[in-house]
Write a protein that binds this ligand. Structure first.
Ligand code: MLT
Length: 204
């Protein structure tokens, strides 16, 4: 299947040379502007690449199609993860940046998880906020030493702890250096998430 790797996006050049660029991936109904303030807060001076999901659910952009809440169109997940991986690779040449660390929230975290599981070479690492495994990899992904922070709300009804844990197990089976932090909260982000992310990103 041919896909158009182009995405509507924002790019903010980095000003702190030591910082890895961030790939910012919004949640359902968000857009390319949503996570720029968060990116600036948790990684000051990092280059920011922020695409808009191409799949429309009514008026709401997403990164892949779902049939119902938590019921995903697997073929679309596979196709969109490939498309986003191609976009990220092309953007590195276009903007002269290195491989990015993904920071994704909700649907954005789930497409980042799909990229890690299906295209393990695409990302330098990831912060997954309220994520689960949107797809089963055909074999353990080659993620030796790739750092991943998974932040889960202990009362999240959409991405509950056991589902997040399954993702953590799949990533760890591929050799990723995964840290799973469960914070007090639901699906929405809390100040604790921001603090954990900022501290983790400062180390990576
Ligand atoms: C998804 O569809 O990826 C998850 O259910 C999270 C969401 O976007 O609501």
């Amino acid at each position: 299947m041919t896909t158009d790797p182009g995405f509507i996006h924002r790019f903010v050049p980095g000003t702190a040379p030591g910082r890895a660029p961030l790939l910012l991936l919004h949640g359902t109904g968000g857009d390319e502007n949503d996570l720029l303030p968060l990116g600036r807060e948790v990684a000051p001076g990092a280059a920011l690449l922020s695409p808009r999901g191409k799949v429309m659910e009514g008026p709401m952009p997403r990164f892949f199609r779902r049939l119902a809440e938590g019921v995903f169109d697997t073929q679309d997940v596979i196709r969109r993860a490939a498309e986003l991986a191609a976009f990220v690779e092309a953007a590195q040449g276009t903007y002269g940046i290195g491989k990015p660390i993904a920071v994704g929230f909700s649907n954005g975290a789930n497409i980042a998880a799909a990229m890690l599981l299906l295209h393990p070479q695409a990302l330098a690492g990831a912060v997954l906020l309220r994520a689960l495994a949107p797809v089963d990899p055909p074999s353990p992904p080659a993620l030796e030493g790739v750092p991943v922070l998974v932040l889960t709300g202990n009362a999240d009804p959409i991405n509950p702890v056991p589902k997040a844990q399954r993702l953590v197990d799949l990533l760890a089976a591929g050799g990723a250096d995964v840290e799973h932090v469960v914070v007090a909260g639901g699906h929405g982000l809390t100040q604790k998430d921001v603090e954990h992310m900022a501290a983790w990103l400062a180390r990576h």
